[in-house]
Design a protein around this ligand. Structure first.
Ligand code: ATP
Ligand code: MG
Length: 423
């Protein structure tokens, strides 16, 4: 991508009404646009980040048998009334609207009911189960407060998977092992594996606990009690002597820390499936309930968290796995020799499959250095009269003072090596 064709311009200041550091940085760097509190649009670079996170989630869900679907945003009130979740007294953050003929419709905030209703047409026998449909799409929630930028939106991108199992045992294996392992694979690929913990939290309607995935962060809205050795935590909302006892944790070993909930899985039993009439016939011809679980990951919350967590005083710092481009290539001077080398390195790298944001604009060098830092690509490559006199191009990692002059003919290999070292 040529910077001259990318319409964004960076800003020195974030809008005064934006208090969250993740959104401030992402707005200044032109990744997102703030529409209103808790509502953001993704501009080209932000869209790539969101897509890369989604793709990692998608790959890990597919590995465990997930089947991607895309559910509707508009919701049929009738099916939500059956489970009792249409009522504002039960679920207080619905956005609701009306069709032209006056019919009430909801704006999707989660999708258990419509998904059960859709798969009911196909599931009747034990041979049809288990199944694991999931989706990655925008959810709408009328959150009371939206002060954490992308980390708490009124519309936000979520992956939610729903498991439909034939027995509690089949459910438990997926809920306790398979899904959490896949979740940790996602967090590991986002460089958050070491600071993300399985956390027992309140269970909702159908069970004592749900399992959260909490990433340590000063700006987290959650307080958790963490046993680092056991890699296990308890959310403050359920923290009590009885719960610690249940989980075999002792007060002495626990640290109180702030964290961000990056995922949450719930056992649902057969409450929703029974209510909506989803059953299956077992090997003996008996009608049985379908045991469900739901498994959420906050995709856009993760984008905000990554922005906030890895940033330094100069700007964003992306893990290689989600950086919109691997390399920020800046052509520093409008001189034929400098332009020629910049252009040829740009085409060589892109042909080799290395993604490059090429700053070919007519801007001051200082501006280009500042933008390279603010935008946060893992590697920076500079071409100038000085670098050419020194023997080639100047290569530097975003987070290290490891500047080196690289001859033009070895730049591609060096970049490949550096990137693999960063993964
Ligand atoms: P929270 O407790 O943070 O309000 P939740 O428990 O209501 O979240 P779930 O319904 O479990 O959220 O949603 C699954 C995941 O979606 C959460 O773990 C979180 O990462 C993400 N998420 C939930 N609400 C928001 C939001 N308003 N903005 C961004 N991400 C969200
Ligand atoms: Mg939750």
């Amino acid at each position: 991508m040529r910077r001259s064709q990318l319409f964004i311009k960076t800003k020195k200041q974030a809008p005064a009404d934006e208090t969250a550091k993740n959104a401030q940085l992402l707005i200044r760097a032109g990744y997102i646009h703030k529409e209103m509190a808790g509502v953001y649009s993704y501009l080209p670079l932000g869209k790539i980040v969101i897509e890369k996170i989604s793709q990692i989630v998608r790959e890990e869900m597919n590995k465990i048998g997930g089947l991607e679907v895309l559910m509707s945003t508009l919701q049929n009130k009738e099916i939500w009334e059956i489970t009792g979740r249409w009522d504002d007294k039960k679920v207080d953050n619905w956005f609701k609207t009306k069709l032209a003929n006056g019919t009430d419709v909801g704006v999707g905030l989660t999708h258990e009911e419509p998904l059960i209703n859709a798969i009911k047409n196909f599931v009747s026998s034990y041979k049809d189960l288990p199944i694991y449909p999931y989706q990655i799409q925008t959810k709408f929630r009328n959150e009371l407060r939206a002060k954490s930028g992308l980390m708490r939106g009124r519309e936000f991108l979520m992956k939610d998977l729903y498991s439909f199992s034939r027995s509690q045992k089949e459910h438990d294996k997926f809920y306790n092992d398979i899904a959490p392992n896949a979740y940790f694979e996602v967090y590991r690929r986002l460089d958050l594996g070491d600071i993300t913990y399985k956390t027992f939290a309140s269970g909702g309607y159908f069970s004592k606990f749900s399992l959260e995935f909490q990433t340590l962060s000063e700006v987290g809205e959650d307080t958790i009690y963490l046993d680092k050795t056991k890699r296990l935590a308890v959310n403050k909302e359920v923290y009590s002597d009885e719960v610690l006892n249940d989980l075999g944790l002792s007060k002495d070993g626990l640290e109180e820390v702030k964290a961000v909930e990056v995922g949450n899985i719930f056992p649902l039993g057969s409450g929703y499936s029974d209510a909506l009439g989803l059953y299956f016939t077992d090997e003996h011809g008996q009608r049985q309930s379908v045991i469900m679980g739901c498994y959420g990951i906050g995709v856009s919350r993760l984008a905000g968290l990554l922005a906030e967590h890895f940033a330094d005083e100069r700007g964003l710092v992306w893990p290689v796995s989600v950086a919109p481009y691997a390399v920020y290539l800046a052509c520093l001077e409008d001189k034929p020799e400098v332009k020629k080398l910049s252009d040829s390195v740009y085409s060589e790298l892109t042909s080799a499959g290395i993604s490059v944001l090429y700053d070919d604009r007519d801007e001051r060098p200082g501006e280009k250095f500042a933008d390279a830092d603010l935008l946060g690509m893992p590697l920076r490559l500079i071409v100038s009269e000085k670098s050419i006199a020194g023997g080639g191009l100047e290569l530097k990692s975003r987070t290290k003072d490891d500047t080196q002059i690289v001859p033009a003919d070895s730049v591609k290999q060096l970049i490949v090596d550096r990137l693999s070292g960063l993964v």
